[in-house]
Design a binder for this molecule. Structure first.
Ligand code: GLA
Ligand code: ZN
Length: 676
């Protein structure tokens, strides 16, 4: 557990007093006290301040800040500042500057702007991390390390090209093997020398977003870039650990951010942390799914909510205010899915540059008499009351959804069958169908065990990595229910097609063969016509995007297509395999169908909702280390709802009231029931 030094849900956020005079900090601390803020993330973008030139490090301002916070009882999440290099460094050592996708060498500016394979960047970022760790290792205020900030973006410079060749040599050993796994006989792209290989960019194989002539090289470049940035993180991690082996280290991730393989990253952090910025129209279930994914990348460990805005963002096209109650509701939503901290960006709103219209706990008016501050202070009070009751509690789901970044890259790099196929959307459809029925879900990776689950859903499992089909077979053989969809089992990890009929290695367990794949125009749809009643499903349902034309080879046909030349061909099948079942959904069905299908599958496994679903009301259960279930009920509606508690009774933790049978939950209200 990370919170042992301050055993409560940490409350606070990014704080930049270096942008202000000393007196302002006194005011801030007065208001932090009112708001119950006990953690400040400092030094996030201060590299230029702490290292004004190559020879000089100057931590005096940072010393003052940390000491001042500590004197007022505020702990520190200490960032290493390496997410934006200083201007002097860019001028003196241009290798720190990236080359962009279009081949342009960048000049100084922006942030998250350093080339991850720059020797200068690696040397000085590691050195800075080490100096910070050495200096603050014994500081009482230090709670956790925050390396860099939101690693991301790719570089295409010559250092990266050289690094890529080395990475390829380690992975494939010979150039012949590279040619083989990338299938370079296509278009005569055979390489005879490693030096002939250049990064896939707008100057070579790629164009637009995710358009490439060669999926193999593009996929490997994404792996390599994710690894390169991770390498930078690992250098800082090791430097910090030399001096503070017992202080946890994290770097803030970005949920569904596409460019980095967070399952791989999560292995290198002591605790996952992430920044949650939904907009007003983001589906509630998408936010929940993202929290579950951020919990899932570290096999269920609680995570840090590192950033969220107290009210609005500045970088979205339309930056709506969070409506009254919503900040609190979304904070508890994070906690309900495994967060053990609630932190904001930003504690005080800056006065210049692009984030001056970004929400903050302390706004430009500078006092505490604002709606946003009042709401923050109320939440601070509640988190103080909750104390350590929730910390380190876990979620025990019986249903898992598989998520894989490499599969996502491959699907979206694929030329055909359709541009409408978006991996995250397809995964979210399944998540949402379960969410609407109050079924708890774990998001898992392809390396995770399946045996902890009754039901495993792997939407669009296009890429089947070595050994994965054996794992699925074993799971189903021994009684598990597996479900996958259209466009699955098609390629290996290099995007090379598995011959012998789709869905390749999954064909046996699914008991089907997919002969052709049809792509539908946005205004086209087909129908899934049920052969018999299936749970609450009957009649027909719409489907679109892709229709696989499949043949049952042992699987039972549960629904068939309703139109087109493939009318009557299977659209939904289930195969009995060992003591388990494997479902194939050959197209992308409408939500009502998925809800019905998943209800049927869960029921067969005896998986039931903790309370009866109510539209717009979210439910999640965390189980305390002592085995005590904590039921979170969140009302996302604009009106109050009556909740039937059934067998749930106990203490509502925020109010301290006893609850049983029934309760009224106001609009945007939350309750957390500790059962007796
Ligand atoms: C990100 C960054 C912060 C800040 C916020 C604004 O999450 O980490 O520095 O820019 O966005 O929403
Ligand atoms: Zn580079």
């Amino acid at each position: 557990m990370i919170n042992s030094k301050l055993p409560k849900i940490w409350y606070g956020g990014d704080y930049n007093p270096e942008q202000w005079d000393q007196e302002v900090m006194d005011e801030d601390l007065r208001m932090f006290k009112i708001a119950g803020i006990d953690v400040a993330t400092v030094n996030v973008f201060s590299w230029a301040l702490v290292q004004p030139n190559e020879e000089t490090y100057n931590f005096s301002r940072l010393d003052e800040i940390i000491d001042r916070l500590h004197a007022d009882g505020v702990y520190v999440c200490l960032a290493t500042s390496t997410a934006a290099h200083p201007a002097w460094m860019a001028r003196k050592y241009p290798d720190v500057l990236r080359v962009d996708f279009d081949g342009r060498k960048r000049k100084f500016g922006g942030r998250h702007n350093s080339c991850p394979n720059s020797p200068t960047y690696r040397k000085y970022s590691e050195r800075l991390a080490e100096k910070l760790a050495h200096r603050y290792k014994d500081h009482e205020a230090l709670l956790v390390w925050h390396v860099s900030n939101e690693y991301g973006g790719y570089c295409y410079c010559d250092n990266c090209a050289a690094g890529f060749r080395t990475w390829l040599q380690q992975r494939y050993i010979t150039i012949e093997q590279v040619n083989k796994v990338w299938n370079t006989n296509f278009w005569g792209h055979t390489f005879y020398d490693w030096e002939e290989i250049v990064p896939p960019s707008a100057l070579s194989e790629e164009w637009g977003t995710d358009r490439t002539s060669f999926q193999g090289i593009s996929l490997d470049y994404r792996r390599f870039m994710s690894d390169s940035l991770l390498e930078c993180y690992k250098l800082e991690y090791a430097a910090i650990k030399k001096h503070t082996p017992h202080i946890p280290v994290t770097t803030n991730m970005m949920g569904l951010y596409k460019e980095l393989d967070y399952f791989k990253w999560a292995k290198e952090v002591d605790i996952v942390s992430w920044d949650n910025y939904p907009s007003l129209d983001t589906p509630v279930s998408l936010t929940s799914m993202t929290h579950d994914l951020m919990r899932g990348i570290k096999q269920g460990d609680p995570f840090m909510l590192m950033e969220q805005t107290p009210s609005q963002q500045n970088w979205q096209p339309y930056n709506s205010l969070k409506r009254p109650g919503v900040m609190k509701l979304w904070s508890y939503q994070a906690v309900a899915h495994g967060a053990d901290t609630v932190l904001f960006f930003q504690l005080r709103r800056s006065i210049g540059a692009c984030e001056k219209y970004h929400g903050a706990v302390i706004e430009h008016v500078g006092h505490e008499h604002t709606r946003v501050f009042r709401e923050c202070a109320q939440l601070g009070q509640e988190l103080y009351t909750l104390s350590d009751k929730i910390l380190d509690s876990r979620i025990k789901a019986r249903v898992a959804i598989v998520f894989d970044w490499e599969n996502r890259w491959a699907i979206e790099l694929s030329s055909g069958p359709t541009i409408a196929l978006n991996y995250v959307n397809e995964v979210h459809k399944y998540y949402d169908a379960l969410f609407q029925q109050n079924v708890q879900v774990d998001m898992i990776g392809v390396e995770d065990n399946l045996s902890d689950y009754d039901v495993v859903i792997a939407p669009v499992l296009y890429m089947v990595k070595d050994g994965y089909s054996d794992k699925v077979e074993q799971f189903v053989q021994t009684g598990g229910t597996f479900l996958t969809t259209f466009f699955s089992g098609i390629v290996n990890e290099n995007d090379i097609v598995t011959l012998g009929g789709y869905p390749g290695e999954l064909r046996k367990v699914l008991g089907i063969w997919a002969e052709e794949i049809d792509a539908l125009f946005p205004d086209q749809s087909n129908q899934m016509v049920l052969q018999d009643e299936l749970g609450a499903l009957s009649g027909q349902y719409n489907c679109n995007i892709v229709c696989d034309l499949i043949h049952a080879e042992g699987a039972e046909v549960k629904a068939v297509y309703g139109s087109e030349f493939y009318k009557g061909m299977p659209a939904l099948t289930v195969n009995q395999f060992g003591t388990g079942q494997a479902w194939y959904v050959a197209t992308s069905p409408e939500p009502a169908f998925l809800q019905g299908l998943l209800a049927h599958i869960c029921e067969a496994k005896g998986i039931s909702a903790p309370i009866t679903p109510i539209s717009g009301v979210e439910v999640s259960t965390r189980v305390s280390p002592q085995g005590q279930p904590l039921l979170f009920i969140l009302n996302h509606n604009d009106t109050a709802v009556q909740v039937e508690l059934g067998q749930w009774h106990g203490i509502e933790l925020i109010s301290g009231n006893a609850v049983e049978q029934q309760l009224t939950l106001d609009a945007k209200a939350v309750c957390i029931i500790e059962t007796k």
